[in-house]
Design a protein around this ligand. Structure first.
Ligand code: BDR
Ligand code: CA
Length: 322
C-alpha cells in the first residue's frame, strides 16, 4: 500500500485525479490538502469536501495556502478553464462537512513525521503548501518517500508553456515556492506539460466512463463539459490534456514514463516568470550554482495508451464501490 497525501487546487482535472487515486487498489489516501489556484481556497476546499463525501473517500481535508509566497503571474482565478465554482459549474449542494482545523502545510509535516520514509506526496496545484511545509520543517526532505509534482514544462516533445510561451500554470502561480521545493532535496519527480500534453481524453473516452464507471463516470462526464469547451476554443479539438491524472499515473505505474535526472530552477520575475529550467548533471557549467543543484527526475516521455487504459480500468472499479 502506498501512503499518499494529495495536495490539490481542486478544479476539474484535479477531481478526476482524486477519483483515480481513490479507486486505485494499492493507495492508502492519508489526506487531501487544498490550495488556491484553479479557484479560491474557499472554493477548492469546498470542492474537496464535496468530492470526498459524494464518493465516500475516507481521508480528512486540510485547508492550505490561500495565496502565493510572493510573486504570481495571475491576479484572478481561471474560471474560463474550470468554471466559476472550479468544477465546471455543475450544481454543488450546500456542504455541511468542514475541513480539519490544522493548516495544510502543518498537516503535511505532521503526517510525514508520523510516517517517516513512507509518504508519497502528490502535488497537482501551486507548490505553496510544500514550500510552507519546508519552512516549518527543514527535515522534510528526509521524511518524505517522494514528491510527485504536476507542473512545469521543459521543452521536451515541443511543450513549453500553457500560460505564457514558457510557463505552466501551477509553477507560474507561485514560482518562488516551486524554486524552493525543487532545490530542497526532496526526492522529486516532475510530471510537466512535456508529458501531460501528450495524452488526451476525447469524447469517446468520456462516453465510456459515463457508461461504465457508475456515478464516478457520470460526475467526470458532467464536470468535463466545461473543460472540453475551453480546450476546443483553444485548439479547435474537443479533447483535453491529461494533467493531474498523469501525476497519479506516475505514482501508480512509473514504468509508463521515461525520465531524466536534472537540476531544476524556476524564473520568478520578468517576462519568463514561471519558466522551469533544467540543468544537465553531465555538463560542468561555468557560472552560477547549476552544478550543485539537487537532482530531480523530469518526465520526458509517456506511454499515453497505457496511461489511458490504466485510468479507465481503475475507474471501472468504481462500480464495485457503489
Ligand atoms: C495545471 O493547471 C491547472 O489548471 C490544472 O489543474 C493542472 O494542475 C495544468 O497546467
Ligand atoms: Ca491542479
Amino acid at each position: 500500500m502506498k501512503k499518499v497525501i494529495f495536495d490539490t487546487d481542486i478544479g476539474i482535472d484535479d477531481a478526476m485525479a482524486l477519483l483515480f487515486l481513490h479507486y486505485a487498489r494499492d493507495v492508502d489516501l492519508q489526506a487531501i490538502v487544498t490550495g488556491f489556484g484553479n479557484a479560491s481556497i474557499e472554493d477548492t476546499t469546498r470542492n474537496a469536501l464535496y468530492v470526498r463525501d459524494r464518493f465516500n473517500i475516507a481521508a480528512p481535508v486540510y485547508r492550505g495556502a490561500e495565496e502565493s509566497m510572493s510573486t504570481s503571474l495571475f491576479d484572478s482565478y481561471p474560471d474560463f478553464v474550470h468554471g466559476k465554482n472550479g468544477l465546471g459549474d455543475i450544481d454543488i449542494p450546500h456542504i455541511r462537512a468542514t475541513h480539519e482545523s490544522t493548516d495544510g502545510a502543518q498537516a503535511i509535516v505532521d503526517i510525514a513525521t508520523a510516517n517517516p520514509g513512507d509518504i508519497s506526496l502528490v502535488a497537482v496545484g501551486r507548490l505553496s503548501n510544500v514550500a510552507n511545509a519546508l519552512k516549518l520543517c527543514p527535515e522534510l526532505p528526509q521524511l518524505l518517500r517522494e514528491l510527485i509534482v504536476m507542473g512545469g514544462a521543459f521543452g521536451f516533445n515541443g511543450h513549453r508553456g500553457n500560460v505564457s510561451p514558457v510557463a505552466e500554470a501551477n509553477i507560474a502561480g507561485d514560482p518562488e515556492a516551486a524554486d524552493i521545493v525543487f532545490q530542497s532535496g526532496i526526492p522529486t519527480t516532475i510530471v510537466g506539460l512535456d508529458v501531460t500534453a501528450q495524452t488526451t481524453m476525447d469524447d469517446n473516452f468520456f462516453e465510456l466512463l459515463k457508461n461504465e464507471a457508475g456515478d464516478a463516470g457520470q460526475f467526470i462526464f458532467d464536470i468535463s463539459r466545461h473543460y472540453l469547451a475551453f480546450h476546443e476554443e483553444r485548439t479547435g479539438r474537443h479533447v483535453c490534456s491529461v494533467h493531474d491524472s498523469s501525476a497519479v499515473a506516475y505514482l501508480l505505474a512509473p514504468e509508463l514514463f521515461t525520465t531524466r535526472d536534472a537540476g531544476v530552477r524556476v524564473v520568478s520575475t520578468g517576462p519568463a516568470m514561471g519558466q522551469t529550467i533544467w540543468s544537465d548533471p553531465n555538463v560542468s557549467y561555468q557560472t552560477g550554482t547549476w552544478n550543485e543543484l539537487p537532482r530531480c527526475k523530469i518526465c520526458t516521455g509517456v506511454d499515453s495508451r497505457g496511461l489511458l487504459t490504466l485510468y479507465r480500468k481503475t475507474l471501472l472499479s468504481a462500480v464495485d464501490h457503489s
